[in-house]
Design a protein. Structure first.
Lengths: 363, 363
DNA sequence: CTGAAAGCGCTAACAT
DNA sequence: ATGTTAGCGCTTTCAG
């Protein structure tokens, strides 16, 4: 209830509100003695600036909107974590909006956030095509950075992982392990990640086997599709399945177990993203880790650049960060034990990296 | 850029700003003819209320702060999803703060959110003891609802799952399946969930075996501890391990595989929470599902009640919702196949419920 | 270097 | 039913 205002601090420190404002904001030079008095009074009274008033006056709320398709997508929590930390470090607050994969809801959230005077927006578009209009509209009003997924060129700054590089890492790894009859379990749709990963597979798989680039099936980014996809490529008798993300890979692992195929002995499986599940699967899933913290930091940097941006509008940037291959048991050489589970006597022993067991659950 | 203000709309519709405000806010009766004119003008000019100004004047931002310990805890994304949806449905926006399990960071976020004039707070305290002071302070300033974890009595309204009831479901299920040599792999610490689940086990396990209540080991809510905990109880030759949450159970499953124990034939494993991973494990993890949507709805209701609350301060409420047992392969009867994986030929076939494969991954 | 004063856009008395 | 007026708490000219 103790709503201490600038005026209270001014009274208590015997100077004007203007001076107090200057001291606290550091906008202009102030006598070091008065400054000290002001700071002391502010501290003593427990002064907290009223952001609403500040926002009204300075046309900046210190708030950014974060709009994403589905917080329950297992890849996003880590990204949200890093983004909020990066933004909080800059003194900004984060308004979160979950769109439930619905472009209409997304458009509504975007409009609402703009009405709430967010200084900037961080958007993971729900749909490359159907999100475009609303996102473009929003980008015209405030600095906006696209993350993870694209939605057409020329809309805004963007930052994402280099999907092609990640797929190349996977293919090189499988080639080195002697896998040749590889198949790709991918996702259809216009989502940039889906398309880029598929293209990279097509471009690189030929090095393993001339037929490999053609062994592609497309569904969506789900566990269910991963299971079905295995059946769809089974007649090729693959010795490796390259999955467009970890959920597809998880489904593939399930189905392969059911079919009696031994992973990695009979067939290798790889994923993409390195969601927490990947390290917990049996066997541990070889996958491509997105540099989540760096992605978040880059996004924050891009926003800062736009928000500072005095010298006119800087050119649009599309930043791609290199991913990292995380090798686990699911792609181990055919006749060796899983490399990182030395104590494991059972054939389906799980492998883990050190990071995988750190999380704690809800209580 | 088109910053249309109330004044612009007033000018365009030939009446005063007050009238416009009344029409748009519906605060007071207005002539239906003028009202129409105003609405038309507002629409035509693309008027968007300035929330900062409104907040400054009415001391209400339409914003609630959501403070949680770790968004990467696999149980929270679903909760965050439901909470944001419930609040957005009421026209509120959500400011998200992740504390990284640090009570000091939590206190800072709480103070910052109060400075940003949130109308209310939703808090999952990081630490039952060390969060108490900051939470109590915040609760004195705005309506505050505690979720999932407690932090001492008499602080604020709270809503959580009925941990005791959940544990009872698990024990009944294991008893019916003929398991007797059960052990509890729990978590130490003051967190309410840890304590409640442990107590409920101690209270109920005696019905299976007089020794069972004593077979308890305590660590934390992590996969790593789940692995270690198995070793710690192994000398009891258990035929079931009851885990305080799903991550512990996941670790237990891993370690049991390594030890060559067959789940569920030799030993049953149960978890708590029903995180997405639970349905994906091999075999599927029998666990206690928290009624996430209902928890969120109750929390939103409590906030509404406080925010509306004209007739003085209503009494504090502690709401407990009943959980649901989700039976999967990890606790199947000893000599039967996993019940929900009829097509599975392999011994370690995974079982799934319909909901488990619905999510899509990031792209 | 500091104070006085003018609003930012909106709502809520208070008038009419 | 509508208009007039006074601020909400802050930043920022503009004077001194």
């Amino acid at each position: 209830m103790a709503d201490v205002t600038l005026r209270d601090v001014a009274l208590a420190s015997g100077c004007s509100v203007a001076t107090v404002s200057r001291v606290l904001a550091g906008t202009r030079p102030v006598g070091s003695e008065t400054a000290e008095r002001v700071r002391a009074a502010a501290e003593r009274l427990g002064y907290r600036p009223n952001h609403a008033a500040r926002a009204l006056r300075s046309k900046a709320t210190g708030t950014v909107g974060l709009v994403l398709p589905q917080i329950t997508n297992p890849f996003y929590p880590a990204l949200v974590r890093e983004l909020t930390h990066a933004l909080h470090a800059d003194g900004r607050a984060v308004l979160l909006a979950d769109c439930d994969d619905d472009p209409a809801a997304e458009a509504e959230h975007l409009a609402d956030l703009l009405g709430r005077q967010v200084d900037a927006l961080l958007v993971i578009p729900a749909d490359a095509r159907r999100s475009r209009e609303a996102v473009a509209l929003a980008a015209a009003r405030v600095p906006l950075v696209l993350m993870d997924r694209g939605c057409g060129p020329g809309i805004a700054d963007s930052v994402a992982v280099d999907n092609a590089a990640g797929m190349a890492l996977v293919l090189d790894h499988l080639a080195a392990a002697g896998r040749r009859r590889v198949c790709f379990l991918g996702a259809a749709g216009t989502a940039s990640a889906a398309a880029e990963r598929r293209s990279a597979y097509e471009a690189g798989a030929g090095a393993l086997d001339p037929q490999a680039p053609g062994r592609i099936v497309l569904g969506d980014f789900s566990v269910e599709w991963g299971r079905a996809a295995v059946d769809a490529v089974w007649h090729h008798r693959p010795d490796a399945v390259v999955c467009a993300n970890d959920l597809i890979a998880a489904g593939a692992l399930q189905r392969l177990h059911e079919l009696g195929a031994r992973v990695p002995h009979d067939i290798a499986v790889t994923g993409f993203d390195d969601i927490p599940l990947a390290g917990l699967a049996a066997p541990g899933l070889t996958t491509v880790r997105q540099p989540v913290a760096e992605l978040a930091a880059e996004a924050a940097r891009l926003l800062d650049r736009r928000l500072a941006g005095e010298g006119g509008t800087p050119a649009q940037r599309a930043i791609r960060l290199a991913p990292e291959l995380v090798v686990r048991g699911s792609s181990a050489p055919r006749h060796a034990a899983a490399p990182d589970a030395p104590e494991a006597p059972a054939p389906l022993a799980n492998s883990r990296t050190s990071q995988d067991s750190k999380e704690e659950a809800a209580e």
